[in-house]
Design a protein around this ligand. Structure first.
Ligand SMILES: Cc1ncc(C[n+]2csc(CCOP(=O)(O)OP(=O)(O)O)c2C)c(N)n1
Length: 936
């Protein structure tokens, strides 16, 4: 027999209305409903229909139900969410009139028309509607209706209406909460008094952030979580560091004193440090448990929200085990990411949407993030209607089906309930939850800023508005929980504690900076990376094995057949770029180092070269050879990333710094797109070491070369990386053979723990399959990474060489493969395979070998204002010892490459011809027009 459940999540009022229509005219309802109604027993009075004695029509009963449902759905629009008292927008659907019912009707209808824990306690619909209003239109706005999964929606509704996360079911300790708020407020007041006008980005107006975090952390501890990662910007950061992460007051006060003389400024490491509200902090909580809880807040740049994907990557790494071969194991019950956003930054910064989009993807899931918008209703000077087009600052989260609770930050009990709800939902469904903590900003954007210039009315209100501590203290006195005067005693206690800390401060001693150790000099050059032929051959065999019955795509099968014979002739160039990569990764796994590879289409490879994941030609089943390798002693994972650079690169950065012993590789679709992640490169990858002491070792593979595909499929912008290169902060390579790439990857893996540095590799496109780029097996077994590569053809007659060409990357193949080469034995073509750190010793020794060379020529295919030219020229001049250094390149240009393949070919040919042209003629040919004068 059909019953209510047949209608799934549809509300009962609607069903009754539909049924009434059906009884009058069955054809007036849709066929699916008609089919159900044919088998349906209309609800009895007990169940739903208005009792006959109520005298209320079905239509009005439907209206009553719809009213109740509307309050559930839209009640948040009438909730008092703004502590400053602005009027909520409200909504007509919250009024009985809109639904054609009166209070009298409601009074006569039974409450259980709408099933709810609250209807069990209500005598009639009127009481239920009032209870709904008290719940849904209070200081909490439950914004859930966009959650599509019925199970989740029911859980959320049950949680709100059942009240199990608030007192009395789940009591809070009111005095402890007052104590905490006193501590939070005293900290800010003390800094305000002691360091007037100094920027601290006070938490005041959103003080409840600290108890909210306390609550989440304590729930996490009880649930056995071992790692909490908090990402947040400037606002309230000092307070959170002091109280949630237990950063000592002395250290914070010493930072305010800014004792220059005490700094162990280390010129060799280029240490710059960072402002105090960007620093990171870490706290370990043992609480008698065998495995404690680590709470960490990584350092953060000024760039708002850039920390989001980094925290996600850290949480993923913290929850992942990689100590066995196969795929890594991710356990969502080990780590929890908490992201604290600004109300202007959350809707404004695109990286937020990119990060939210990672949430449910296989390679990026972190088991749910707890988001908190610290909503002070301002973004610097901009107001709400200047900052977002959604109704709330949190609007973006709706599209990702993230439940949202808006909560008035002046209601401590409501805030604590929101925190509990967030954690419980995350623990139950492993999904994101968002708390929109709505408060205000007591001072200007920073403490030296005058907010009344732009928000005079708001700041008049704020000046007269009591703090949340005062409000809570008054409540507790009124409730008789604390004695009058006791709250002031708490504040004094904390002010005194801070004063003592300041009085006894020894700023130079108390100031501690997380300086990184300098990289061991020369470690990279000494690293052994060769792998014996037998070992390589065994790995190759294992990589080619497929599961019983697995049918490999026919085209791929042919390629794989070639690989079977790869080691038959150790001195023939049988190993191409992608085989070299796979062998490098396999040998690294055999060495016990876990690997994570991601990037757009990284599994197959943009250029259809990698095929790290095979798909059975008939069933589509996946086979990942690097996960079935018997030799592997650590886990391997590879994922196609979503179409993002900024968040995805940030995520890998976070994963890398959290798990520095694992090799993390990110590949750009084309190198050109890497500038979509410029913030991550500038603020983290290149400078985190000298600002914060982080030691990243992320690998970035950036396809780069001029191949006639237009301005946007040519350049990974090496000039940008070279401009950022300083203080030994990264390695930049542009290698030209498969064996070189193999050794480079192996060297990176070997140095992860002793000499970690990010590695930027400009990788080939068309050269992936070029015979000149392939290497012989012996080069894998006997050599190591060469920073510079001599010209083997010319080295035997170095004394005859009159022109020494130096270049990097693909142009080498164009030059060395040119038909002009044979006729020019007096020209040597050498390669700089590592651009940074500049291999000066090798360069000097190479140049001195060609003592008869009259000129050194740097040849590049990039325009003169791009590529390595500007960076490398001074080094070449130094190595040249007085001999002239010339350049041949595309003319200076605003765009990296030509939009036409024909023009590209002509330009490329011109470069090659210029490189081989007779000296004088070459100079004329290479002369580039002077940049035009800019008017004005
Ligand atoms: C990407 C970026 N753009 C601009 C800024 C400059 N800026 C610093 S704070 C701020 C306002 C942020 O407002 P909101 O997100 O609401 O946080 P609040 O400061 O109000 O807590 C701006 C624009 C920045 N830090 N980062």
């Amino acid at each position: 027999m059909a019953g209510w459940d047949e209608f799934g999540g549809v509300n009962r009022g609607y069903v009754l209305e539909l049924y009434e229509r059906y009884t009058k005219d069955p054809a007036s309802v849709d066929p699916a409903s008609r089919a159900i109604f044919e088998r349906w027993t209309p609800p009895t009075a007990d169940e739903a229909a208005p009792p006959a004695e109520s005298g209320v029509s079905v239509r009005r009963a439907v209206g009553a139900v719809n009213l109740a449902q509307s309050i559930r759905r839209y009640g948040h629009l009438a909730a008092q969410l703004d502590p400053l008292g602005s009027k909520p927008p409200g909504d007509p659907s919250l009024l009985p009139d809109t639904h054609g019912v009166t209070e009298d009707d409601l009074h006569r209808l039974p409450a259980d028309l709408v099933p709810s824990p609250l209807s069990e306690r209500a005598h009639d619909m009127l009481e239920l509607v009032e209870a709904f209003r008290r719940l849904y239109c209070s200081t909490t706005g439950y914004d859930y209706s966009h959650v599509f999964v019925p199970e989740e929606r029911n859980w959320l509704r049950q949680a709100a209406e059942g009240g199990q996360f608030r007192a009395p079911a789940d009591p809070i300790n009111p005095v402890a909460l007052l104590d905490r708020l006193s501590q939070v407020e005293a900290f800010e007041r003390f800094l305000h008094r002691s360091f007037p006008g100094k920027t601290r980005f006070s938490i005041e107006g959103l003080d409840m952030l600290v108890p909210v975090l306390d609550e989440v952390i304590s729930e996490a501890g009880e649930a056995g979580i071992t790692s909490i990662l908090i990402g947040m910007a400037h606002r309230g950061r000092l307070n959170v560091m002091a109280h949630v992460l237990s950063k000592p007051y002395e250290q914070i006060l010493a930072e305010f004193k800014d004792p220059v003389s005490s700094r162990t400024f280390r010129e060799d490491a280029g240490w710059t440090g960072d402002v105090k509200y960007h620093a990171g902090a870490h706290r370990a909580i043992q609480d008698g448990r065998e495995i404690g809880l680590e709470v960490s807040m990584p350092p953060n740049p000024s760039h708002l929200e850039a920390i989001d994907p980094i925290v996600e990557g850290m949480a993923r790494a913290a929850g992942t085990t990689t100590d066995k071969g196969g795929a890594p194991q991710f356990d969502p019950k080990r780590s929890v990411p908490i992201l604290i956003h600004g109300d202007a930054a959350f809707p404004g910064q695109g990286i937020v949407a990119e990060t939210l989009n990672l949430g449910r993807l296989r390679g990026y899931d972190t088991g749910g993030t707890i988001h908190i918008i610290v909503n002070n209703q301002l973004g610097f000077t901009a107001g709400i209607r200047e900052s977002f087009s959604t109704s709330y600052a949190s609007g973006l989260a709706r599209g990702f089906k993230i439940p949202i609770v808006h909560v008035n930050a002046d209601d401590p009990e409501a805030c604590v309930e929101a925190a509990r709800l967030a954690f419980a939902y995350r623990a139950t469904f492993q999904r994101d939850f968002l708390i929109d903590l709505i408060g205000y900003r007591r001072w200007g954007h920073n403490e030296g800023d005058e907010p009344a210039f732009t928000q005079p009315v708001m700041y008049q209100k704020i000046a007269a508005h009591p703090t949340v501590r005062e409000i809570w203290a008054r409540t507790l006195v009124e409730r008789g929980v604390v004695e009058p005067g006791a709250p002031e005693g708490l504040t004094k206690k904390y002010m005194d504690q801070l004063q003592r800390a300041l009085d006894t401060l020894q700023p130079e001693k108390d100031f501690v900076e997380p300086l990184p150790g300098p990289p061991p000099p020369g470690a990279a050059a000494r690293t052994q990376t060769a792998v014996p032929l037998e070992r390589l051959s065994a790995l190759n065999g294992a990589l080619l094995a497929t599961p019983q019955g697995f049918s490999v795509n026919r085209k791929l099968e042919r390629l794989r057949e070639r690989r079977v014979k790869m080691f038959d002739k150790p001195d023939e160039r049988t190993i191409d770029w992608s085989a070299a990569e796979e062998l490098a990764l396999a040998s690294i796994l055999e060495d016990g180092i876990a690997i994570r590879v991601t990037g757009e289409d990284a599994e197959r490879g943009t250029f259809s070269h990698r095929h790290a994941v095979l798909h059975d030609a008939t069933t589509g089943a996946r086979h990942v050879a690097l996960q079935t390798l018997p030799q592997a002693r650590a886990a391997f994972e590879i994922h196609n990333s979503p179409l993002s650079e900024n968040a995805v690169l940030g995520f890998e950065y976070g994963y890398n710094v959290q798990a520095p012993a694992r090799l993390v590789i990110w590949e750009a679709q084309y190198g050109d797109f890497v500038n979509g992640a410029q913030v991550i490169i500038d603020e983290f990858i290149s400078s985190a070491r000298v600002k914060w002491g982080q030691q990243p070792s992320l690998v970035m593979l950036l396809p780069h070369a001029h191949e006639g595909q237009g301005p946007d499929h040519a350049s990974a912008r090496p000039e940008r990386f070279l401009q950022l290169a300083a203080d030994i902060n990264m390695r930049i390579a542009n290698c030209t053979t498969a064996a070189q790439y193999f050794h480079l990857l192996r060297r990176q893996a070997a140095l992860l723990l002793t000499d970690p540095l990010p590695l930027v590799v400009l990788t080939p496109k068309s050269l992936l399959r070029h015979p000149m780029v392939a290497s012989a097996p012996r080069e894998f077994a006997e050599a190591r990474f060469r920073l510079v590569m001599d010209d083997e053809a010319a080295a035997g007659h170095a004394n005859l060489v009159r022109r020494l060409i130096l270049c990097t990357g693909k142009i080498y193949v164009d030059l060395a493969g040119s038909e002009l080469r044979a006729a020019n034995p007096h020209i040597a073509i050498c390669r700089v395979e590592q651009l940074y750190p500049v291999p000066m010793r090798d360069l000097r020794s190479l140049v001195s070998q060609y003592a008869a060379a009259e000129e050194i020529v740097w040849v590049q295919e990039e325009p003169e204002n791009m590529g390595a030219l500007d960076f490398i020229k001074p080094y070449l001049e130094e190595a040249a010892g007085g001999r002239p250094v010339r350049q041949i390149a595309r003319p200076r240009s605003a765009s990296p490459a030509e939009g036409s393949a024909a023009r590209h070919a002509r330009q490329q040919q011109a470069i090659v011809e210029a490189a081989f042209a007779a000296a004088k003629a070459a100079r004329e040919k290479a002369a580039v027009p002077k940049p035009q004068q800019v008017a004005g």
